[in-house]
Design a binder for this molecule. Structure first.
Ligand SMILES: [Fe+2]
Length: 219
């Protein structure tokens, strides 16, 4: 990696810490999504440049949350309909933030469409199936897996097998069935391999703040 690329990656990583620091519950979320997305991209046999693009997209997928008030991101209890509408703006806000950086153009699809569901029920555009860009379908899986395997206000992190069962349950609804099957198989295989490369599931987060007891899921 040339020095300039390294500097750019370090800058993005620093930016990511700012994103995650605003959300009491998802500390480290972007970094983990980045690792899971890279893992799935490599498993798919994508070329190294595309895999690196997924790594960066994972780091920046939620950058638009910088435009969502912190009181909403960390609100105890369920969000109101209006608050959830504000949260739903974050993919488009992120897209608008990243768009001026010409070198990051390959990340735009993943940032804009990481909440699209395979069955068309997601946002912002209600895209479905293979109409959703591949990078965004990968991001959806990485994002979901991290959500299942970290503590949330409404439940503890799931055990590995339970998380995989949930992943299978979402296959064809939230996530692309072919990619989900590949991810689940790969992560199981990886876990059974001493020194496997995938980040380990069941990550328990320490809450930074004692304020509030619960927040609605916002990722
Ligand atoms: Fe998101």
């Amino acid at each position: 990696m040339i020095a300039l690329e390294r500097t750019a990656l370090e800058t993005v990583t620093a930016f990511t810490r700012v994103i995650d620091a605003r959300d009491n519950y998802t500390g480290g979320h972007s970094a983990r999504v980045s690792r899971f997305a890279r893992f799935l991209g490599a498993e798919l046999g994508l070329d190294p440049e595309q895999v690196q693009m997924l790594e960066w997209a994972g780091l920046l997928h939620d950058v638009g949350k910088l435009g969502v008030p912190e009181r909403i991101l960390n609100k105890p209890g369920r969000l109101t309909r209006e608050e959830f509408e504000q949260v739903k703006h974050h993919p488009r806000l992120g897209f608008e933030m990243v768009r001026p950086v010409t070198g990051l153009a390959p990340l735009l699809d993943a940032v804009l469409h990481h909440h699209e569901n395979y069955d068309g029920s997601g946002y912002p555009d209600g895209l479905a199936g293979e109409g959703i860009p591949l990078s965004a379908r990968i991001m959806r899986i990485a994002d979901l897996y991290d959500a299942l395997t970290t503590d949330r206000p409404y439940r503890k992190a799931m055990a590995f097998e339970q998380a995989l069962a949930e992943m299978r349950g979402e296959s064809g609804q939230a996530t692309d069935p072919t990619l989900t099957a590949l991810f689940v198989d790969a992560i199981q295989r990886d876990r059974a391999t001493p020194g496997g490369t995938a980040p380990r599931a069941r990550i328990h987060l320490q809450r930074r703040s004692t304020a509030g007891t619960a927040v609605a899921p916002t990722e």
